[in-house]
Design a protein around this ligand. Structure first.
Ligand code: ZN
Length: 553
């Protein structure tokens, strides 16, 4: 999912509280007041950096810079695996090895998900969990550094979202901090975890259910973006529930005795027709889409089974539940019309709408301002403009200035958009998502074009900039306990005052770990020869013999 691509509806609330000690009532005044727009509220009264903190941040950023080849290798390695959600076996094995080699203890297969893990280093409080997604996009196989469509393998998956880059941000920052913490005898625990199957919004609610964040003080999430930025409050975009509707009919000879058959596919098609009529009468902020997973076997056999997979998206949790109930009702109606049976539904994934923490966002933003954007070369800009031209987008090139702190989106004027199951974590623990500038603006998302920059200097430099911010924010959280106190004050007294977390997954739902298995089985052996070999080549572009940037003449 694209996490932060919908800046248009970012409207500041008229929050009048000017200090951290502001009462709940003062915070509450600014919420739910409609689309006011208006002034950015004054920042919270968080402690300034002491000379020691400033010096440690400077050191941390310099150490991240020294590790840029290490970060680049991780970005390239994961890009070359191009694995889909729940099947990130090479990626997971690689990350676990890197983490173990750097002194982390790793618990694998957490929450009943084979490719998930929780890596831990350090002792005691605070516990800071660094996460980022690792899965790819179907049919987005694409050579990097080439500004036109050129797949490695037609039809194969690839990193057409850029999820190959975020772990490098976190792991580089963690390794740098670990060294500083050891030398300076700073207490605290660093956790590293992967967003498995984020494109299926398939795991983070299960991480919460398994208690993986129970003792976590702060979650720092990273997601590939076009800028270095962070936000707080209700995010743009939506949350969602992903539901599989399966119908059961009766097979018959489709020509010899069609009257004996009951078509499960009729159930699916009638459900889709019902939904497509009903869609007109849903709030404008909704998004809904489906694919038919089972449409029968062959035309001369009346389909005895069929299934359709829906994403129901809305900007609030109650809104998602309402859409889901309408979907269930339409499915029941379709079964009745087709004289088929609607089998028990399966939730294949879910995501709460995102809400990010104000105190953590403010310290992150200060570090963003210090780090600034990477220095793009003329080659980087020429490549970006060529990709934009190829896609018919505005040829603006790469972003050159960091964004300001983004405040809350008003749910009543939020026009919807993508989702990310980091939402579930953000409603359980103070969380922010750091967006780092590793991709090209103006692309469609979930597309081969979104992979073009993801193993080039654009991605590499964006990751190093992100890792610097992440390392500096870790210094803040480890040495300023007031920031963590402030983050929980906001979490308890503002964010969750009126809205408590209830998982969208039901007790009977389990992680859909079988998804994408067949696709990966089909392509994995063809993809293997393209895996990055850092023992032979410095970069993946070098291994592929690509003279970046390759641009149509
Ligand atoms: Zn994503």
């Amino acid at each position: 999912m694209l996490a932060k691509e919908f800046p248009l509806m970012k409207l500041w609330k008229m929050v009048v509280a000017s200090t951290l000690v502001a009462s709940t009532a003062m915070f509450a005044q600014g919420r739910g007041g409609g689309a006011g727009g208006g002034q950015a509220p004054p920042p919270l009264n968080l402690p300034a950096d002491t000379p020691r903190i400033t010096q440690l941040k400077t050191e941390a950023a310099a150490e991240v810079e020294k590790l840029k080849e290490f970060s680049q290798q991780m970005v390239d390695q994961i890009f070359s695996y191009g694995e889909l959600g729940f099947q990130e076996f090479e990626t997971s094995k690689y990350l676990v090895t890197v983490l173990k080699n750097n002194g982390f203890t790793v618990e694998e297969g957490v929450a009943g998900i084979p490719t998930a893990f929780m890596a831990t280093w350090g002792n005691g409080k605070p516990v800071i969990a660094l996460g980022s997604d690792i899965d790819g996009i179907p049919q987005s196989s694409q050579k990097p550094g080439v500004a036109y469509r050129e797949p490695f393998i037609e039809g194969a998956p690839g990193h057409g979202e850029g999820h190959n880059s975020g772990q490098a941000v976190n792991i580089t920052a963690a390794i740098v901090l670990k060294k500083i913490m050891e030398r300076e005898k700073i207490g605290g625990t660093i956790r590293i975890w992967p967003g498995v199957a984020e494109e299926l919004i398939g795991t983070k609610a299960y991480y919460i259910r398994a208690g993986l964040f129970k003792d976590v003080d702060v979650a720092l999430f990273t997601h590939v973006g076009r800028n270095l930025s962070v936000s707080w409050g209700d995010g743009g975009g939506t949350g969602l529930v992903s539901v599989l509707y399966s119908f059961k009919g009766e097979s018959a000879h489709a020509a010899g005795a069609p009257w004996r058959g009951r078509s499960a596919l009729d159930g699916v098609e009638l459900m889709n027709i019902g939904w497509n009529y009903r869609r007109e009468h849903l709030p404008l902020s909704q998004r809904s889409h489906y694919v038919i997973r089972d449409g029968g076997d062959q035309p001369n056999v009346v389909p005895p089974t069929a299934s359709v997979w829906y994403y129901f998206r809305q900007v609030t949790y109650p809104g998602i539940k309402e859409m889901w109930a309408i979907g269930d009702q339409i499915a029941a109606g379709a079964a009745m019309m087709s004289s088929t049976t609607l089998l028990p539904t399966r939730v294949l994934g879910s995501a709460w709408p995102r809400h990010f923490n104000r105190a953590i966002a403010e310290v992150t933003q200060a570090n963003i301002a210090t780090v600034g954007m990477p220095t793009w070369t003329e080659d980087d800009q020429a490549f970006a403009r060529a990709v934009q031209k190829e896609l018919g987008a505005n040829q603006s090139g790469l972003t050159t200035r960091v964004g300001g702190l983004q405040g809350p989106t008003d749910p009543s004027t939020n026009t919807g958009g993508g989702s990310d199951d980091i939402g579930d974590i953000s409603w359980n623990v103070p969380t922010v998502t750091l967006s780092y500038p590793s991709n090209i603006p103006g692309l469609p998302g979930h597309n081969w074009a979104d992979g073009m920059a993801m193993a080039t200097p654009i991605a590499h430099k964006g990751v190093t900039a992100g890792a610097k911010v992440q390392a500096m924010t870790l210094v803040d959280l480890l040495l300023k306990p007031e920031v963590i106190t402030a983050s929980w004050d906001y979490f308890k007294n503002v964010q969750t005052r009126a809205q408590k977390y209830e998982p969208l997954i039901r007790p009977q739902d389990q992680p859909a770990i079988e998804l994408n298995k067949e696709i990966m089985a089909k392509y994995r052996e063809q993809m293997r020869p393209y895996y990055f070999d850092p023992t032979k080549y410095k970069t993946y572009l070098e291994q592929l013999g690509i003279k970046y940037p390759v641009i149509k003449k």
